[in-house]
Design a binder for this molecule. Sequence first.
Ligand SMILES: [Fe+2]
Ligand SMILES: [Fe+2]
Length: 210
Amino acid sequence: MSMARSLAVAKTGGDEDSWEQFLFWMMESIRCPGRWALMRRIRDWDAQLFQHSLRVAAYSRIVGREVFGFDQDREQQLVLGAFFHDTGKVGWPNRLKAVAVLSEQDLRFIRCHPDTGADLVQEFWPDAPATVLEIIRNHHERPDGSGYPNGTTVQEPMALIVGAADMFAAMTEPRDYRRFAFMSDKAAEELRTYGYPEEIVTSLVRQQNE
Ligand SMILES: [Fe+2]
Ligand SMILES: [Fe+2]
């Protein structure tokens, strides 16, 4: 799939101008050797993961701006952390994409991907900001402490935003292991059960429904 086609498929809503502006800004932010090589790894390994990563980055950017009023520096770190959040999935066995019920062994393997992703990003991008690496390591931690790998009750805004945007995107996207994607209201209900702040949930629903 071409880059342009992948980007078009990943479009989540909003007017054409703002999406194009986002993509332009995104490409400018990763236009340096290490980050570009990582982006290509994600895209070449799985177009669906590339599209998911773009959606999570786009959702996160708007939540950071609307709910937390992030300045440009914080916004860029947030979006880069969001875009690279699932780098640790590159190289996963293909069967894991389609399995609805996972074995204990599969779960142990899957629960490593936040840390392996952060390590891989640091390898390709040695001066990556600590914030970006923390986002990647914490994107599956939940406000109620039910997440992984450490089960901490995450409250840091960037990790909250990317964790919520990732869950919301994953639930509303088509996946090989289930027949139907969730509607945005159902996905929002799920996010509330994990303790995500209402302002974040509302922003995600609004973006999806635009
Ligand atoms: Fe993940
Ligand atoms: Fe994800």
